[in-house]
Design a binder for this molecule. Structure first.
Ligand code: ATP
Ligand code: MG
Length: 460
């Protein structure tokens, strides 16, 4: 562990934790974008990571789900690229300088949306490439030149090997959900991608979970890295209330519907272990007349987008998903996650329940545990270093008030939308200026950010 040091005054003497975005050394156009996002103060991971990234350090950064890790790497990377920002039409003036890799297409798209948000007052170009859609549109975007490229590994390799993108000028590599990117599923692709990159570069690993194997593995391609840990290792988000109900396998569907109804839960993300189970649960919910969508890796990309977007816009109440939706996805004001089946890997539990309780909001995570899942539950408890005591299912009581989540502090506000999801949800967009996502059918043709404003702070 000697090469990777924890963040403390001894290992990072120059570090002063800033309490304000203005003190972080970010240029006016970036600060303006942050302000427009509604962010008032940097989160702890942003306070700690931004100065270190600006100082040029390699990082392994861990912070709980929903605590703003995306901005913790995007903001300083934009800052580092400010000197290269230019409005030239020549692709040669816009080589890929920052590469961000993410494990799923939906997450890559979301991270790119954040890049676009934070970069809106800079003339840096960005795009996102991912599988499941035509390569040609992406090739045209890449050939036009982009400084920031967000990608899933497989599709990036397709582009790199067909030379539709050159990665020889990459100065910054970010692995979002780094422990996932370094597991056996992605490692071979990742190693091939590293062969296209210069060895002299800054590398940043971000995740809510890291295990010791990753630390060892990461050493081989990080240079003198610092380790930033905001919370105790592998902890689940603080503001997610975690409940366990012991339920027989055959009673789980009834239990799921009962939990949602009796607690008046506006929207719920339901995780299963397998695609077959996700389909089964989704179809059985639909047969009961419930608005449910399904997302998993065997669905066509168009269906995956439609399911997630319908859910983000509050058009469906239940989204039934495999672990494809466990990592990184930021669904505004999602009040509840249900583990219909516990995951085999305990870290997936942390990521799954982290889809709720984000950006300071409260959330509820309910696990329906059948007798043969007791062993998995014990593994999760060991991993998060916390006992998850079982409680009885809630009683069906007509007198119970319909609230988004019992723990949500803000009062429900009347909304124009007439969907059941909207009817009882907390005020949309009320927190940090977050709003439900706009429709993104355009995702099938990934957006390119070519706005070319002047390099000055906008008039406010
Ligand atoms: N300083 C801030 N103030 C308020 N909201 C913020 C701030 N930084 C980020 N957010 C918001 O917090 C939400 C969660 O951020 P983000 O998705 O980056 O979390 P994360 O730490 O990457 O979570 P995960 O581990 O699940 O990937 C986003 O909606 C983001 O806009
Ligand atoms: Mg994230």
């Amino acid at each position: 562990m000697d090469a990777i040091k924890g963040i403390n005054p001894e290992t990072t003497p120059a570090l002063e934790v800033a309490g304000n975005f203005d003190e972080l050394g970010l240029a006016a156009p970036i600060l303006a974008a942050v302000k427009e996002m509604g962010y008032k103060t940097p989160t702890p991971i942003q306070q700690q990571a931004i100065p270190l990234v600006l100082a040029g350090r390699d990082l392994m950064a861990q912070a709980q789900t929903g605590t703003g890790k995306t901005a913790a790497f995007v903001l300083p990377l934009l800052q580092k690229m400010v000197p290269h920002a230019n409005a030239s039409a020549s692709p040669a003036r816009h080589p890929v300088r920052a590469l961000v890799l993410a494990p799923t297409r939906e997450l890559a798209i979301q991270v790119h949306e954040s890049v676009v948000d934070y970069n809106k007052h800079l003339p840096l170009r960005s795009t996102v490439v991912f599988g499941g859609v035509d390569m040609k549109v992406q090739q045209a975007e890449l050939r036009g030149g982009v400084e920031i490229l967000v990608a899933t590994p497989g599709r990036l390799l397709d582009h790199a090997t067909s030379r539709s993108v050159l990665l020889s000028q990459v100065q910054f590599l970010v692995l979002d959900e780094a422990d996932r990117m370094l597991d056996m599923g992605f490692l071979p692709d990742l190693k091939r991608i590293l062969d296209f990159l210069p060895t002299q570069r800054q590398t940043l690993l971000f995740s809510a979970t890291f295990d010791d194997n990753i630390v060892g593995l990461a050493r081989s391609f990080l240079q003198n890295p610092l380790k930033v840990e905001v919370a105790r290792r592998n902890t689940s988000a603080d503001n997610v209330e975690q409940l366990v109900h012991k339920v027989r396998e055959e009673d789980k569907l009834d239990a799921l519907v009962r939990v949602v109804k009796t607690r008046g839960i506006a929207q719920v993300l339901v995780f299963t272990r397998t695609k077959v189970c996700a389909d089964k649960v989704g179809h059985r919910l639909q047969k009961r007349g419930i608005q449910a969508a399904i997302i998993h890796g065997d669905k066509a990309q168009v269906e995956r987008f439609a399911a997630l977007e319908g859910f983000k816009q509050g058009k469906v109440q239940y989204l039934v998903a495999t672990d494809i939706a466990a990592r990184g996805l930021d669904i505004v004001e999602l009040p509840c996650v249900v583990n219909y089946e516990l995951p085999y890997a305990p870290e997936d539990y942390v990521h799954r329940i982290g889809r709720t309780g984000r950006a300071g909001a409260s959330g509820l995570a309910v696990s329906l545990v059948s007798p043969d899942e007791e062993r998995l539950l014990a593994g999760i408890e060991r991993f998060i270093k916390r006992d998850l005591k079982a409680s009885p299912l809630p009683e069906t009581s007509p007198s119970q008030p319909l609230r988004a989540v019992a723990t949500v502090a803000e009062p429900a506000a009347p909304l124009a939308a007439s969907t059941p999801a909207a009817a009882s949800s907390a005020p949309v967009g009320s927190r940090f200026g977050r709003t439900r996502a706009e429709p993104v059918c355009a995702l099938l043709q990934p957006p390119i950010n070519r706005s070319e404003p002047a390099l000055v702070a906008p008039q406010s």
